[in-house]
Ligand binder design. Structure first.
Ligand code: G1P
Length: 291
């Protein structure tokens, strides 16, 4: 039986330069889709998949993320005294339990691989999930939960993938597909941000991983790859010589909220899904002649 995945890592140290000036003083992970910050969606997805320890790799100017996952007594007291029980319950529901969160800092922006490596002492010698909060999914069940189902049979490492247009392959990590069904196929290779001609497929690594701790040993060599950064994809491409990597082509779709178009589209898609917002929002879109 595969060792249970209890811990999830959230790399949240990125500078968010694509969203300046919004991200000058506020972390990009606190940008909201409708009324929830991106980081909350990622934590919700992890909890749904059974995660019990939430490790955040933060950086300077990110302290508000730690505050977000803490109790806010003054606010709770005010909501209580004003009888806003639904809001209070929602706040309480969103919180991991006391002691389930850990924070460490990536001191320099050296790449995703380096950010993951910074979590090594907090994760220890056990498999872990990795969620990139920029990548927001509309999926039911959540993508990490779908991956956990595959992991129960395959063990090893698991990566969520989705098809992208050929012109977009150079923006993502891309996997080569071997045999097996969409719910769990063998990954044959991985390459970070390839030129379209060099891409082994059009299946992008969409920001959800289940990884074995041996990846930390490879990352500790700190080799630089695409863009001069320490790349997680390069470390996984080395690990694939010793361990299995399974691809899961999940049911659902991703919104790349690291891009403005992806972020705005996510807001529209999630708003149209909300019973309390849909009708009013559709009426406004009609006035803009968008529907
Ligand atoms: C990272 C990964 C890449 C993956 C992408 C998903 O790239 O390195 O393999 O496809 O996240 O968002 P980044 O977006 O940090 O450039």
């Amino acid at each position: 039986m595969s060792k249970r995945v209890r811990t999830a890592v959230f790399p949240v140290a990125g500078l968010g330069t694509r969203f300046l000036p919004a991200t000058k003083a506020m972390p990009k992970e606190m940008l909201t889709v409708v009324d929830r910050p991106l980081i909350q969606y990622a934590v919700d997805e992890a909890r749904e998949a059974g995660i019990e320890h939430f490790v955040f790799v933060t950086g300077r100017n990110k302290a508000v993320i730690e505050d977000h996952f803490d109790k806010q007594f003054e606010l709770e007291h005010t909501l209580q005294s004003r009888g806003k029980h639904w809001a209070l319950e929602e706040l309480q529901r969103d919180l991991p339990q006391a002691g389930q969160t850990s924070f460490t800092r990536q001191q320099e922006p050296l790449g995703l691989g380096h950010a993951v490596w910074c979590a090594r002492e907090l994760v220890g010698d056990q498999p872990f999930a990795l969620l990139l909060p920029d990548m927001l999914f509309k999926a039911n069940p959540g993508v990490l939960k779908q991956m956990m189902e595959a992991y129960e049979t395959t063990g090893g490492n698991v990566i969520a993938v989705e098809e992208v247009a050929p012109a977009e392959v150079s923006s993502y990590g891309i996997v080569g597909r071997g045999d097996g069904p969409d719910e769990g196929f063998r990954i044959t290779s991985m390459v970070e941000k390839p030129k379209p001609a060099d891409a082994p497929s059009n299946l992008m690594i969409s920001g959800r991983y289940i990884l074995q701790p041996e990846v930390f040993t490879i990352l500790s060599e700190k080799n630089k790859g695409a863009g001069g950064e320490i790349q997680l994809t390069d470390a996984m491409q080395i690990l694939i010589r010793q361990q299995s990597f399974t691809g899961v082509k999940y049911n659902g779709r991703v919104f790349d909220c690291g891009s403005k178009i992806g972020f705005l589209t996510a807001n529209v898609a999630f708003a149209l899904d909300r019973d309390d917002i849909r009708d009013g929002f559709v009426a406004e879109l009609r006035k803009l002649k968008l529907l």
